[in-house]
Design a protein around this ligand. Sequence first.
Ligand code: AMP
Length: 283
Amino acid sequence: MIVVTDPIELKKIVLEWKLSNQSIGFCPTMGTLHAGHMDLVKTSKSQVSKTIVSIFINPTQFNDPKDFEAYPKNTETDLKLCEENGVDLVFLPSVEVMYPKSTTPIQMSIPSLQSTLCGRTRPGHFEGVLQVVSKLFHLTDPNIAFFGLKDYQQFRVVSALVTELNFPIQIVGVPTKREADGLAMSSRNVRLSPKDRETASLIPRMFQLAKKTLHGGEKNILIWKEILTDFLLTGSNVKIDYLEIVDPITLQPLSQLSGELLLATAVFVGDVRLIDNEILVSP
Ligand code: AMP
């Protein structure tokens, strides 16, 4: 496995691969890797000949500096996991390399997709995601890029980016990998105290309740939302950042329960912010 910190070195290797007709898959991450990230790698390896993983905690997508500081870092273990899973190249740039002091500030946004969910409660977050993903796409020049559906809004925003700006890259969404109790795997889970970890299982249970009540005939979106909110709030140390029911394509709020819908939530358990979502179909 090759580990590269220098973008020029990276571009040289990518060019060599391209010249020898190798297809490239790219999995951008912020590290503290787990089995969910490795599902992106596995999917990539089944579809392309070379797989690149980037590990970069991107400061421009954190609207809260404290959250950025607290973000876990585990480079050594990450590299080991990548090697064990057959990653061909890990790109490990520093903040200075990605954002040199001489940089002219740039701002990108897709307003209609950013007005809800994390885009609403984390102002500036998707501007940062679009910026770093664009840079990483140019540096890694992949045929296919893999994104987890756990971060469904990110998947939609990046899909729109490549469509609208004609990036010659296919975006593939990978299903959410979960712990035994259903909690979505996340690098942030390591920050939960044992008690808060227990409380966090309310999130997958809330999705079970959502399915049960939807199939049980609940038709009123406001009542449904209240049932789900009340359920989450039975946990101590829980604060709901948002719980929204939106159209899976436009991400705009729905006013009634019919057809396909995205139920998405962000919940603080203690000071750890956890997100999850599922596409459900109202019968
Ligand atoms: P992160 O390191 O949290 O920025 O995530 C990097 C990529 O891994 C993103 O595309 C995430 O959506 C994806 N990812 C994170 N957690 C999971 C999971 N539990 N299952 C599948 N993909 C995931």
